[in-house]
Structure formats: C-alpha cells, structure tokens
Design a protein around this ligand. Structure first.
Ligand SMILES: [Zn+2]
Length: 306
C-alpha cells in the first residue's frame, strides 16, 4: 500500500534562508488531519549508512559530511553545516530509499515528503543538496538486485545536474530533466534535457510531458521511476520565472503518475524544490502531489486501475 515517508528530523535549523525547511512538517501535519489520508501509513525512515553513501560519494566528501567539516566540498551547498543539518539529509535520503522499497514491494507508488537532492555530485555539495538521495537509492537497489533499470523523471524547476553527471554513460539509468534553461545550475548532460525559456506556461509545459514521458517509459522500460515533483516551476516561485499555475502542476503530477500506473511501473515520488513567495502555495502544490498519488494509485487494492 502506498505510504508517505516522513520524519520530524527532516527539519533542521538553517537560519534565515530562502529554503523553507518548515514545509515538510507543515505538509505532514496537514496530511494527517485530512480524512482521505486516514488509512495510509507515514513510516519513519532510518538514515542512509556510510556504506550507502559510498555507492555514490567519494571517501573524502563522506569524511567531510560525517565530521561536519566546512570545506570547499561542503561550502558549495549554499547552506550552513551542523550535525542536525547533515543528519536531516542522511535521514531524508533514507526516506527516499524507503519510499522506493515500498513502491517496489507493492508495485505501486510511495512518496518521501522530502528528497530530490539532485544537485549533489559525488565529491561535493551544491544548491541546498548535501547528498544525492536518488542516486544512492538507485545504487543501493541495484546492488541488492532489487532493480536493474531506473528512470529519473525530474520536473523540478532546476536541472538535475548532479544526477545527470552521476549516471552519464550508464545504460541502466535514464535521466530526464525538464527545467528553466537560463538559470542555475551549470548544465550537465541528461539522457534527455528539455530546457524551457522563461515565462513558459502550463500548456507548453504539459505538451512536453505528454510528448516525452510515455515514450521514455515504453522505450526504456524501467523497473522503477523516481519522480521529482518539484513545486518551483510555479509562477509565484522566487527562484525562477516559469509561469506554471497550481492547476497546471497538478495536471503534470497526474500525467506522470498515470503514465507509470498504466504501464505498471512502481514510482518513488520526491517532494524536491519549492520556494514560493507564499509558502502556503508551495505546500498546496506538494499536497496536490500527495492527492494525485492516492487518486491514481489508490483506485483498487492492487494499486492500479482495473
Ligand atoms: Zn529546484
């Protein structure tokens, strides 16, 4: 059965910052009050281990992380560093692994209420990302022989540069990223990149989703999809200037999840970014992703539409 992975330890004190870390708790608290989520589980993850990290990250970088060292490799996170912050990322990455395992177990979809730290490279942090949770989960599941092939469908405003770099040239992982082109980060090469111009609206964005996602799933036939349902392509976001509405983002979620469900491909959903001027808008977008999961994968006990 679908679950929503959450821990109070997703929150960490990063001081005054554009990144609203309170959003995880706010989202969780709202979901727990909604009778539509009364029957779903909210399991708490354990942190990824040093051996999980070593599947993706370099020894030197892991040493910096685990000892909270402020070096060129960690400073590029654009976040402060503390034990609480690093622990939040390690447990957040554990949440992505747990959501993926849960999705594989029941052949459906599960969501981590954080995750999608797609800017982190093997040897350094970037863009508010201290670990690459999706890459760690994929490598762990491959190493445990739970999956052979994975597809990353990255719909965050920003390109998944760290993820693209990690899996470049790896035939077992397909990376797709749809993002604003002229914006952070410096781009790496995904298997398919859709770089959008500023001011792109719902219709044009959704046409790309409709055109490419079914094709990728049919051609590549992944054993699991990691879907980064970023809230930051929103028109009210502070970090970009795409012009998607809350309604358009809701349709995006439905399209992606429907395409996976129709093909019986398990999905691990990650919240990813969201920096709206009004944090309630970010929460609403993430909330709609949770509802889309229930709507698409909760229609029968098997998790799929008859
Ligand atoms: Zn982003």
């Amino acid at each position: 059965m679908s679950c929503f992975v959450y821990s109070p330890a997703y929150y960490c004190d990063i001081g005054e910052h554009v990144f609203p870390v309170v959003k995880y708790r706010m989202l969780h608290d709202l979901l727990r009050k909604d009778p539509r989520f009364a029957d779903v589980e909210f399991p708490e993850p354990t942190p990824v281990t040093a051996s999980d990290l070593a599947l993706v990250h370099t020894d030197q970088y892991i040493g910096d992380l685990l000892n909270c060292r402020w070096t060129a490799r960690t400073r590029s996170s654009e976040l402060p560093i503390s034990r609480q912050i690093i622990d939040a990322y390690l447990i957040g990455a554990g949440g992505t692994l747990l959501a993926a395992r849960s999705a594989l177990e029941d052949g459906g979809a599960s969501m981590n209420l954080t995750g999608g730290f797609h800017h982190c490279f093997p040897d350094h942090a970037e863009g508010f990302c201290y670990v690459n949770d999706v890459a760690i989960a994929i490598r762990r599941l491959q190493s445990d022989q739970k999956i052979r092939k994975a597809a990353v469908i990255d719909c965050d405003l920003h390109q998944g540069n760290g993820t693209a770099f990690i899996f470049h040239g790896d035939d077992s992982v397909f990376t797709f990223s749809i993002h604003q082109e002229h914006l952070y980060p410096v781009k790496e090469e995904s298997n398919l990149d859709i770089g959008l111009s500023g001011l792109t609206r719902d219709d044009a964005y959704l046409r790309h989703i409709e055109e490419h996602i079914p094709h990728i799933l049919d051609e590549f036939r992944p054993d699991i999809v990691f879907y980064l349902a970023g809230a930051d392509p929103f028109e009210g976001d502070q970090l970009g200037n795409l012009r998607l509405t809350i309604h358009g983002l809701k349709k995006r979620d439905h399209f992606v999840l429907e395409y996976c469900a129709e093909r019986r491909i398990p999905v691990a959903i990650l919240a990813a970014g969201g920096y709206a001027v009004n944090t309630d808008d970010t929460i609403q977008i993430h909330y709609n992703t949770c509802l889309a999961l229930l709507d698409v994968f909760g229609r029968n006990p098997e998790g799929y539409r008859p």
